[in-house]
Design a binder for this molecule. Structure first.
Ligand SMILES: [Fe+2]
Ligand SMILES: [Fe+2]
Length: 181
C-alpha cells in the first residue's frame, strides 16, 4: 500500500462528517435552532481527527519528507497552499466554537453565524480534499521509492498509535486546569 492510502481513507470519513455538519447547518439556518451537543462533537472530530491526526500526518510526515526531495515549483507551491489551508480550517473551527458559545449564552442570532461558518468549512474541505486526492497525492508519490513509502506508512501507523493517548491526556489536563481555576 502507498502511504497516501490511509490519508485518502481518512478523507472519506471527513467527508461523511462534513455532510452531517451540513445537515446541522441547514437546521440552524431554517429553524434558528442549533444542536449544540452535535456541534461540540463535530468540533472535537475536526480538531482531533481531521486536524491533529490527519493534517498531522500530512504536515509532520509526508510534507516533511517531500521537503527533502527538491520538489518541482508546482508541487512546492501546492504544498505551501495546503499548509495554509490547514491553518484556515483551524481558524474556521475556532470561529465555530465561539459562535456556539454565543448561541448558548442566549443569542439566537448566532444560529445564522453558525450556519455561515459551517457552510464555509464544508465547502473548504470539499475543495481541499479534491486538491489533495486528484492533484497532489498521486503525483508526489513519484518522489519516493518503495522502501521510502513503506517507511512512511510505518511512521503513519506509529503516529496514529500515539493519538489516542494524546487525546485523552488532553481531556484529563483540560479538566485539571478547570479545577485549578
Ligand atoms: Fe490536507
Ligand atoms: Fe488531507
Amino acid at each position: 500500500m502507498m502511504p497516501i492510502g490511509p490519508l485518502m481513507t481518512e478523507h472519506r470519513l471527513i467527508e461523511r462528517m462534513a455532510k452531517l455538519l451540513e445537515g446541522a447547518a441547514v437546521n440552524a439556518g431554517s429553524e434558528k435552532r442549533v444542536d449544540a451537543v452535535f456541534i461540540d462533537r463535530a468540533v472535537d472530530f475536526f480538531r482531533t481527527y481531521a486536524d491533529r491526526t490527519h493534517h498531522g500526518k500530512e504536515e509532520d510526515i509526508l510534507f516533511r519528507e517531500l521537503e527533502k526531495k527538491g520538489l518541482s515549483e508546482e508541487h512546492e507551491r501546492v504544498m505551501l497552499e495546503l499548509v495554509e489551508e490547514h491553518r484556515y480550517a483551524r481558524r474556521k473551527v475556532g470561529m465555530l466554537v465561539e459562535a456556539r458559545e454565543v448561541y448558548l449564552a442566549g443569542d439566537p442570532g448566532a444560529a445564522n453565524e453558525i450556519e455561515a461558518i459551517i457552510m464555509e468549512l464544508v465547502g473548504f474541505y470539499a475543495a481541499h480534499i479534491t486538491k489533495e486526492d486528484r492533484h497532489f497525492f498521486i503525483p508526489v508519490m513519484e518522489y519516493f521509492n518503495r522502501d521510502e513509502q513503506d517507511a512512511m506508512l510505518e511512521e503513519f501507523r506509529e503516529f496514529d498509535r500515539g493519538m489516542i493517548h494524546e487525546k485523552y491526556r488532553k481531556v484529563v489536563e483540560s479538566y485539571e486546569d478547570k479545577k485549578r481555576g
